[in-house]
Design a protein around this ligand. Structure first.
Ligand code: GDP
Ligand code: MG
Length: 595
């Protein structure tokens, strides 16, 4: 135990976490340079492309320091707010953290929020200024920021480059010297903290854990405390580049267990594994049930694909326990599913995987948050779909989720950012200077406002120089009304949204204008109306057009004519027929595009 070091890497997206992790693997000879596939830790294609480590993994390295062999367990953490609970459990499994800060970018919002998590868990923090090879690096300025943030001596800030390999041995030595060995009692009843799980199509669910107390052996009869389920440990082992089976995993070490578990929902991140025969008195603290906060309808374009879509979602759920789905039907879109996601990025990932891995053509509706709707008797129902809102006369009030957010930016952009946040019903809490002209602004804001075009706007008004981080804070009562959209007098349920009463009229007007742009002209007039209850608050008309695409062909060349018709059919693919009106996919997301 005294030669084990468990650590994680905290970094804002793109500050070089994956690149540096690869270097650590290379310098400890865990992988040979030539085998080093770019960014071993991001093994999903999608992750590599986005440069985001979506699922956390762990990897064991051996490192010789002053003639002694040390085991270094690197626990990788996802780098995005949607997965912050997973980050918190990975951090809880470690004794130390490398805090990576890009020498050109300086400290960003994600750096700080994850750092606080590490400090709360008493981790030893090793600050590393990365990318010092960059010509645009500002090492002295960024060092000031780090020193100010951590209150550490200047000499403690390591300088490194994941690209050139500079400073990597320094980092390894510092990990051995500074990160404390894990504590824990090998004789005590077993407690293993699950910090991640993955699905393997041959072996089922593989859970990753850290042994906090006791010893887990192959063949042990174990129990997962939160789910109450019992299993036999068919295999336990440590994580190298591949899984290496072992007879036992002892206190302080990190490993995996395979026990015939079929679905991801049985393995909860944060759960505790113990022995059935000699159980631990209590679970490791900090377990939380992660609940999806963002919801959207997902509908097959071709209604015949409904069962295929269900099968695809089931497959996705095998390795993504935080994805939920329930069948629902929409008058406009037919049969589909209401899916629940941790956040917007999670939603995008699921959409993209449905498209790439399952070849599913789907229409996704505008995302909305989870609302708590109270009736006059005080009974609360969670509503995940605006069109599922009960009759307004039955509602006493509606609570919506609020986030506590932090924006870090340059003082130049404070004005426009404050205007944006105010427009999103943000409540300013405080404003702090980090160093020089960098400032951190704290807000409480409705999550419902963030899921609609907040990121893009923040990015454009700050020219990319603002970072944003948040966590769900509480639910608060809000004056929300349901805004319906009617096409030629027919309400289109998939276009309903909940909006704050004060913004509702402007919002309705902009929706109508946007839909007018997005819905192609057809052979008859189309009336677009926005309504709250029975009251029409806005209206636009799309004028009819008579378009005969084959007219150009003079009736002559048949094959050319056919080609044109086929092309037109292609163009219709992502269209949905609503009453007599053909509506393209992008119209269902119109609300995301309002300016
Ligand atoms: P992550 O999002 O924190 O995992 O960041 P990555 O490791 O994916 O790196 C983000 C980008 O920065 C990639 O394009 C890397 O090639 C680049 N990068 C990473 N480390 C360095 C470095 O030390 N120097 C330079 N110049 N570029 C780096
Ligand atoms: Mg990465």
């Amino acid at each position: 135990m005294k030669n084990i070091r468990n650590f994680c890497i905290i970094a804002h997206i793109d500050h070089g976490k994956s690149t540096l992790a690869d270097r650590l693997l290379e310098y400890t000879k865990t992988v040979e340079g030539k085998d080093l596939q770019a960014q071993v830790l991001d093994d999903m294609d999608l992750e590599r492309e986005r440069g985001i480590t979506i699922k956390s993994h762990a990897i064991q390295m051996k490192y010789n320091y002053k003639g002694e062999e040390y085991i270094l367990n690197l626990i990788d953490t996802p780098g995005h707010v949607d997965f912050s609970y997973e980050v918190s459990r990975s951090i809880a499994a470690c004794e130390g953290a490398l805090l990576i800060v890009d020498a050109a970018q300086g400290i960003q919002a994600q750096t700080i929020s994850n750092l606080y998590m590490a400090i709360e868990n008493d981790l030893e923090i090793i600050p590393v200024m990365n990318k010092i090879d960059l010509p645009s690096a500002m090492p002295d300025e960024v060092e000031d920021q780090i020193v100010e943030l951590l209150g550490c001596p200047r000499e403690d800030v390591l300088r490194a480059s994941g690209k050139t390999g500079e400073g990597v041995y320094d980092i390894l030595n510092t990990i051995v010297e500074k990160v404390p060995a894990p504590k824990g009692d090998p004789e005590a009843p077993l407690q293993c903290l699950i910090f991640d799980s993955v699905f393997n199509s041959f072996r089922g669910i593989i859970a990753y854990f850290k042994v906090v107390n006791g010893v887990i052996r192959k063949g042990d009869h174990v129990k997962f405390i939160a789910t109450g389920k019992e299993y036999d440990a068919d295999e336990v082992g440590v994580l190298k580049l591949t899984m290496s089976p072992r007879d036992e995993i002892r206190t302080g070490d990190v490993g995996y267990i395979i026990s015939g578990i079929k679905t991801s929902r049985e393995v909860r991140v944060g759960d505790t594994i113990t022995h059935v025969a000699r159980p631990a008195k209590e679970a490791i603290s900090g377990f939380e049930e992660v609940k999806p906060m963002v919801f959207a309808g997902v509908y097959p374009i071709d209604s015949e694909d409904f069962e295929n879509l269900r099968a695809s979602l089931e497959k996705l759920q095998l390795n993504d326990a935080s994805l939920t789905f329930q069948p629902e039907s929409s008058a406009a879109l037919g049969f589909g599913f209401r899916c629940g996601f941790l956040g917007l990025l999670h939603m995008e990932i699921v959409q993209e995987r449905l498209d790439r891995e399952f070849n599913m053509d789907v229409i996704t509706t505008v995302p909305n948050v989870s609302y708590k709707v109270y009736d006059k008797k005080g009974v609360c129902t969670e509503v995940h779909n605006p069109s599922g809102l009960p009759d307004p006369t039955l509602i006493d009030h509606i609570d919506e989720p609020y986030i506590r957010a932090s924006v870090i930016t340059n003082t130049t952009f404070i004005g426009p950012i404050m205007t944006l946040c105010l427009g999103k019903r943000g409540i300013l809490l405080k404003q702090e200077y980090i160093s020089g002209d960098r400032v951190e602004i704290h807000y409480d804001m409705p999550l419902g406002e963030i899921v609609i075009d907040f990121y893009d706007k923040l990015k454009s008004i700050s020219k990319g120089y603002a970072s944003f981080d948040y966590h769900i804070h509480d639910f608060r009562p809000s004056k929300l009304v349901k805004l319906d959209i009617l096409l030629n007098g027919e309400p289109v349920d998939a276009l309903s949204t909940l909006t704050h009463v004060d913004n509702s009229v402007t919002f309705g007007r902009r929706m109508c204008e946007k839909l007018k742009e997005l819905i192609p002209r057809q052979q008859f007039d189309i009336a677009i109306q926005a309504a709250i209850g029975a009251k029409i608050i806005a209206r636009e008309t799309i004028k009819a057009v008579r378009k005969d695409v084959t007219a150009k062909c003079y009736g002559g060349d048949i094959s050319r004519k056919r080609k044109l018709l086929e092309k037109q059919k292609e163009g219709k693919k992502r269209m949905k027929q609503i009453g007599t009106v053909e509506v393209p996919q992008k119209a269902f997301l119109a609300v995301l595009k309002l300016d």
